[in-house]
Design a protein around this ligand. Structure first.
Ligand SMILES: Cc1ncc(COP(=O)(O)O)c(C=O)c1O
Length: 491
């Protein structure tokens, strides 16, 4: 017996290293805070993209010391081998893909959530945490014009949110394996690839996927959609679901949301809208107008880690008919008999694939409480205006043309050289800007045309960033021209 007690005492001493006392907490805390302060003080002054010429894996061996090392050493490692190489998504100069955010108060929300480790998947365990998350869902539901009877879930991001929507739709329309070959899903080639992935993961890849014609603004042609649905019905197929986008990733297009809503109602189809990127522009007057019809959908995805500038890790799915969401996701387990009740439609675990999950609500609730909604509105309006400003200014440089007038905050444009292949030129140009690294832009290919994208969504992007982007593009053109056979100069 005493042997056990002696051993326990030894183990307790060593294991207590995991529970630093206040003094040690302060010692660990300080260098972390100092580093975070320095990171934030210089975030818009350092390069947004850093190419490395060594094997990054060499710095991440798969073994760890038994004894540990000083926090300062670990922080230096993070600085040099995580934060330095590649893309800095926290920078306002991140103007590629769909930029993320990283507002400070959200990080503090995460800190508190992790310290308390609230079990916000289940109402029984954390009624406050669950109520907080549900209040956020209701706030977003009001924004898109859903009734209070809707349900939702705070997910890790847009991909899982889309998956929850597709799964709920499948259950709501009682799609079984026997009728899958006759079941039709309608979407456009502009839908985010995570939608295709969700369809596959939800077991629906053998449904008929109809990629509906899009117009010159990359929007679903609603007459074409209606015609196809009628044709499918007359051919004995079973139209099931339409997936529209409110802000596509490629060019920021918004499908005709109201018209699609009417078509879905007429044919009794599940109407899903992926508004992961564009949804929060509804907080602006311009966005509200452009997103009219969003309220007609059965389910909608909105990503606070895009449009509300949060650090990565927060998407949202809202489903108009909460009962359907619950039916698709609820569970029973003997070991949870004290927790579960059949009428529990509050717990996130009853409405999503997750049981244990991070308490994601605090990272959104705290910023909304502390800052209020106004700075978010202003920031979104600023992004729309900055995009217009970019479009205006870039066209002042001879050779640059706008590919598509931006709907929201994604601008597509390219440089057309006087001689040579424009696609190759723009490919070289985007590479040059990455080597430059002062801002980060990305590219896409639409209808065989290689175009550059400028996506304005970081809360740290302001007018000076756009001016810098224009300077980088101008310098880039000169560099490509000087290094290639494109014989001309930039005005
Ligand atoms: C329109 C759209 N939908 C869905 C997604 C996927 O979201 P996530 O990367 O958060 O999973 C993205 C990502 O950029 C997106 O732009």
């Amino acid at each position: 017996m005493s042997e056990i007690i002696d051993k326990l005492a030894v183990l307790e001493t060593v294991s207590k290293k995991l529970e630093p006392n206040e003094k040690i907490r302060e010692e660990i805390h300080r260098p972390i805070i100092n580093y975070a302060q320095h990171f934030l003080n210089t975030v818009n002054q350092t390069k947004v993209y850093n190419k490395i010429d060594y094997e990054i894996e060499d710095h991440f061996p798969s073994d760890f010391d038994d004894q540990g090392e000083p926090i300062e050493k670990a922080i230096n490692h993070i600085r040099d081998y995580v934060h330095f190489p590649g893309l800095n998504p926290a920078s306002g100069g991140h103007l590629g893909y769909i930029p993320g955010g990283g507002i400070y108060t959200a990080a503090l929300g995460d800190y508190l959530a992790d310290i308390a480790n609230d079990y916000a998947g289940v109402d029984f365990a954390s009624p406050g945490g669950v109520a907080m998350e549900n209040s956020l869902i209701q706030w977003m539901a009001k924004l898109v014009g859903y009734p209070e009877t809707c349900g939702g879930n705070l997910t890790s991001g847009g991909s899982i949110a889309n998956l929850i929507a597709v799964t709920t739709a499948r259950e709501a329309h009682n799609i079984k394996s026997a009728n899958i070959p006759k079941t039709v899903i309608y979407l456009s080639k502009q839908a985010h690839h995570c939608v295709d992935k969700a369809i596959r993961i939800a077991g629906l890849k053998e449904c008929i996927l109809r990629y509906i014609e899009i117009n010159e603004k990359f929007q679903i042609v609603s007459e074409g959609l209606d015609k196809q649905i009628k044709k499918d019905i007359s051919n004995g197929l079973q139209p099931f679901m339409v997936i529209a986008s409110a802000g596509t990733t490629d060019v920021g297009a918004i499908d005709p949301l109201s018209e699609i809503g009417k078509i879905c109602k007429t044919h009794n189809l599940w109407y899903h809208i992926d508004a992961a990127y564009g949804g929060f522009f509804i907080l602006t007057e311009e966005g509200k107008e452009k997103l009219k019809g969003i309220e007609l959908s059965d389910s909608v995805v909105l990503d606070p880690h895009k449009g509300l500038f949060l650090p990565y890790g927060l998407g949202t799915i809202i489903i108009k008919n909460k009962k359907k969401m619950h039916e698709a996701h609820h569970y029973d387990a003997a070991y949870l008999q004290d927790v579960a009740s059949t009428d529990d439609v509050r717990s996130p675990a009853e409405l999503s694939p997750e049981l244990t999950k991070p308490f994601r609500g605090l990272r959104l609730w705290l910023p909304l409480k502390v800052h209020g909604v106004n700075p978010f509105k202003a920031c979104l309006e600023e992004k729309l205006l900055l995009t217009k400003y970019f479009v205006q200014e870039i066209q002042k440089i001879d050779g640059f043309e706008i590919y598509l007038e931006p709907e929201l905050s994604v601008a597509t444009y390219r440089y057309v050289p006087k001689t040579g292949d424009a696609n190759l030129f723009n490919e070289a140009l985007v590479k040059t800007t990455h080597e430059d690294g002062r801002v980060f832009i990305s590219s896409t290919t639409v209808n065989g045309v290689f175009v550059l994208r400028l996506a304005v969504l970081s809360f740290r992007t302001h007018k000076d960033t756009i001016d810098l982007a224009i300077e980088v593009l101008r310098d880039g053109v000169e560099k490509v021209l000087s290094e290639n056979t494109f014989a001309e100069t930039v005005n």
